[in-house]
Write a protein of this length. Structure first.
Length: 500
């Protein structure tokens, strides 16, 4: 067994494969419960002897049950942990890749099977994945009480605590603390955009990879309004005392009830379409500025950025039933009104998709609204602020007897991790992987590892080739099925497009 010495104590890992050692469930901060609930993460307590780290730690409080992943149970408290895969257990100074999982800031964990770091470690990286607080525990607004301030964005602060753990400890696993790339998907990618403009995260990473970054960032008044709704659903006053008196499971259940109310009410505004109660809060302190504004001003000019999104993002959300159905022109017009979309945008998509049913137009607009257009803007604003940026598009599709297998949200992650053979990704990629899929995974792993090592993913930067993203496909893909709507249709749209 391989033993590593961290600042808190020694840990015992195991051979994940013949050439990679893993150590799982290492605390990067203290359990955020009891007196530490709704507070900034505190340092993990030290231990004596050798801690067995051969299994993932418990997930943060959440009600979701994901295929192949553990579920949270009341009493699971040591939820702030990291996992490490290293090809250099005997030393070295390898580039480090730190992964932040997605899940709408509400669910997910680093224990998902498709996030196993073995393949990326074989490519020459030390890979770290982490858990952070989600849902109300991580992103719910808690009012001040008796001179005590409870920070917003506790989930982001957990991510920073994990990055500090990496800086202090990754050398013991053969990693270079001065060559860290932070990577993530969806809410994890949008978290990275936040970290790039946060003073508290400055200097903790030199490169960033954001796959399908989600656009919402909430003003503080919207976060406070959400707290009032959740507290009422939990039968508690919307005060610090009232919220602390509610158990994590009570706030989970209350959040689920509020979400269901939005789903059932077509007149409830933008949240009706895909209720997402939690997101980073523009509090002026932990998150001082929205990422697009901060990046354009040069807040992360010394950080290299790689952004990727898929061509049919929202098809997944539709397939799993997490978004409202829009099948009539009347409902489509209401959708545009609820999000304040600029005049002419729907007509532009209609022109780009002349024979598509209403539902397809809706999904195309919604996918660009929450993911695609925001991804473009992150690249543009970072380049405007003096940073190096790279752009990619995931367009791997194939046809099987059930129809087209979409290039939808999450489908790119198992390819970038080199984990297309995992049983849990069969639905995402439309069946067993082909030889062409394995080749695509090999190429994407190579791009990630190259970018993490040197800042070069293998194609020109945005400054050198604006509007020409790297396109990820297999030779089985048809390249003409998804016409793109002109980018100029979004010229008048502002982010975030969510109204209080």
């Amino acid at each position: 067994m391989d033993i590593f010495k961290t600042a808190s104590g020694a840990v015992r890992g195991f051979r994940a494969s013949g050439d990679v050692v893993a150590a799982l469930g290492i605390p990067h901060a203290a359990p955020p419960f009891g007196a530490l609930r709704f507070r900034e993460p505190a340092p993990a307590e030290a231990w004596t002897g050798v801690r067995d780290c051969t299994a993932f730690g418990p997930v943060a409080p959440q009600s979701a049950e994901l295929p192949g992943s553990p579920v949270w149970s009341p009493g699971d408290e040591d939820v702030l942990t990291v996992n490490v895969w290293t090809p250099a257990p005997d030393g070295g100074s390898l580039p480090v890749l730190v992964w932040i999982h997605g899940g709408a800031y509400t669910f997910g964990s680093s224990a998902q099977p498709d996030l196993d770091g073995t393949a990326l470690a074989r490519a020459g990286l030390v890979v770290v994945t982490l858990n952070y607080r989600v849902g109300f525990e991580g992103f719910g607004h808690v009012p001040d009480a008796d001179g005590t301030a409870f920070p917003d964005n506790r989930g982001l602060l957990d991510q920073i605590a994990a990055l500090r753990w990496v800086r202090e400890n990754v050398a013991a696993f053969g990693g270079d603390p001065g060559n860290v790339t932070v990577a993530g998907h969806s809410a994890g990618a949008a978290s990275i955009a936040c970290l790039m403009v946060m003073d508290r995260a400055r200097g903790l990473f030199r490169r960033a990879i954001a796959h399908s970054p989600a656009s919402p960032h909430y003003p503080r008044d919207l976060a406070a309004a959400t707290t009032r709704e959740v507290a009422a659903a939990a039968g508690r006053p919307a005060t610090a005392e009232g919220l602390l008196s509610a158990t994590p499971q009570a706030l989970l259940a209350a959040s689920d009830r509020v979400v269901e109310e939005y789903r059932r009410d077509p007149a409830s505004g933008s949240r009706h379409y895909d209720p997402s109660l939690y997101a980073p809060v523009l509090d002026g302190d932990v998150l001082p500025v929205d990422p697009l504004t901060g990046l354009a001003a040069g807040a992360a000019g010394d950080v290299d950025l790689l952004v990727c999104h898929t061509t049919e993002e929202y098809r997944l959300l539709d397939a799993v039933g997490s978004c409202a159905e829009v099948t009539t022109e009347e409902r489509l017009a209401a959708f545009a009104e609820d999000f304040g979309l600029p005049d002419g945008l729907l007509a532009g998509y209609r022109a780009a998709l002349p024979d598509a049913p209403v539902a397809d137009v809706y999904l195309a607009v919604f996918g660009d609204l929450l993911f695609g257009e925001y991804a473009h803007r992150l690249v543009e604003q970072h380049a405007r602020g003096g940073g190096r940026a790279f752009q990619a598009l995931f367009d791997r599709r194939r046809t099987d007897p059930r129809g087209i297998v979409r290039a939808w949200h999450c489908a790119d992650v198992p390819f970038a991790f080199g984990n297309v053979d995992e049983e849990c990704v069969t639905f995402l990629i439309g069946g067993a992987p082909t030889a062409a899929d394995h080749d695509l995974a090999h190429r994407m792993v190579g791009a990630w590892s190259g970018f993490a090592a040197t800042g070069d993913p293998g194609w020109p930067s945005y400054d050198d080739a604006p509007g020409q993203p790297k396109v990820w496909r297999t030779d089985e893909c048809d390249a003409h099925d998804v016409p793109a709507a002109p980018r100029e249709l979004w010229a008048e749209a502002e982010f975030p497009l969510l109204r209080p």
